[in-house]
Design a binder for this molecule. Sequence first.
Ligand code: ZN
Ligand code: ZN
Length: 157
Amino acid sequence: MTVSTPARFERDVDRANRLGSLWMVSGHRTMGRRKVAVMGSAVIASCTCGLEKEFMIGGGMMDFTTVCHFPCLCESCNDIVDANLLSKEPRCSECNSPAVIPYDDPKLSSGNGVHEVAFWNTKADLGRKLVLTDADYKCPKCRQMTLCFSDAHICWD
Ligand SMILES: [Zn+2]
Ligand SMILES: [Zn+2]
């Protein structure tokens, strides 16, 4: 985890903007009196049927240009799994199947989200920002639109 003093922090943001870097784009949080650059965050997927799993979103300080963790529906596991969406062919991290659908796909969501729960700015690489909202999502276990994502309040890098 990176902790910057405000002056250093502003300078770093400036530099990141100049370089067009994705660095720090996932946002920052205030921890005590310090601003902390958040490289990745985590969400909890939970459903009324009992499914509950935690997922990382984004990439780390060293690998964020090549790695973007994001929850996906794996059609071969019938489960929510982690996949690296910046790899040439994203695959399920559990069974290695390429049949994965990222959870920002409109067909996995009721589209009624109001607030963003987590996002990762992959516009330069994927042409879209990856976003999870507080909408209802499709649960791979009970197949109902009763899955939701919530912030796990974990920062990591
Ligand atoms: Zn799988
Ligand atoms: Zn369910």
